[in-house]
Design a protein around this ligand. Sequence first.
Ligand SMILES: [Zn+2]
Length: 341
Amino acid sequence: MYSVRFHTHGGPEVLRYEQAPDPRPSPGEALVRVRACALNHLDLWERQGLRRVPIPMPHISGSDVAGEVVESAVADLPPGRRVMLQPGISCGRCAACLSGKDNECPDYQVLGYRDHAGGYAELVKVPVQNLVPIPDHVGFVEAAAFPLTFLTAWHMLMTCARLEARDDVLVLAAGSGVGQAAVQLAVWRGARVFATAGSAAKMARARELGATAVIHHHEQDVAAEVLRLTNRRGVDVVIEHVGEATWAKSVRSLARGGRLVTCGATTGAAGTLDLQALFSKRLTIRGSYMGTKGELLAVAPLFFDGALKPAIDRTYPLAQAAAAQRRLEASGQFGKIVLEV
Ligand SMILES: [Zn+2]
């Protein structure tokens, strides 16, 4: 099969469009013909090299995949069935998996990360429980753009923050994959949404997704704006993933009893915390990583019915994966960048 692999860590130039052996599914696994694969920041970090996580070489990235079943032992998912893939891979047999908390499985892995070859290829193999059928009216590009970010945003908002319709929410970087998903889900839930973005064009897109007000995070003081917009009250929920550059202001934006949920630290991992604010305002700070298979199945019908629409920035042919990653690295995008295979 054709694939995009890297044999050494480095910049986008280490990505090679080349032949690789076809994956061979084991019992319990399905083989899928990839039609589209969306990019995530994870793809960049593992290509650059991570201090604590060895990546076996050569490696095929890609956690967000849509395509067609080639081979599966499951009768209702025959060859040709259109699917998107659950990005979380777990053992399916441990107490966490059998309690529906498969993202807490000791063997939990993300498709396209570490040992698992991902969707920057014509073929990919996954456990059959990772196949999610998609209706005919849903395109492969949109389907590939959906799973990881909407699953992450759903888990952060609904499970970790227990979002309610009366809540005010601040979503950092609405143009990012998680940001655009979180804005849409919070609006769908009935909450009032404030968002941040780094350009006038991205601010306009965030308003189109339903944000009540959008703050320019390079030109305005985010916490001061949030306090002004909420009559000094602050917001009930902050969706963080930017990290060091925004952390202190995100904490300052919280109302009494506020919940901050973070799933990333794109700008750096160091952040300070005002402990007096933490206890006196009864704040909750919570980390979040991916979500469960059940949660993706819970949110998917909203996508299939058209209530949620993954924002697509641009598509590239698989062979131009390096150009696609350069665009993500430059943060110029609004929404998902998707490879067509
Ligand atoms: Zn397990």
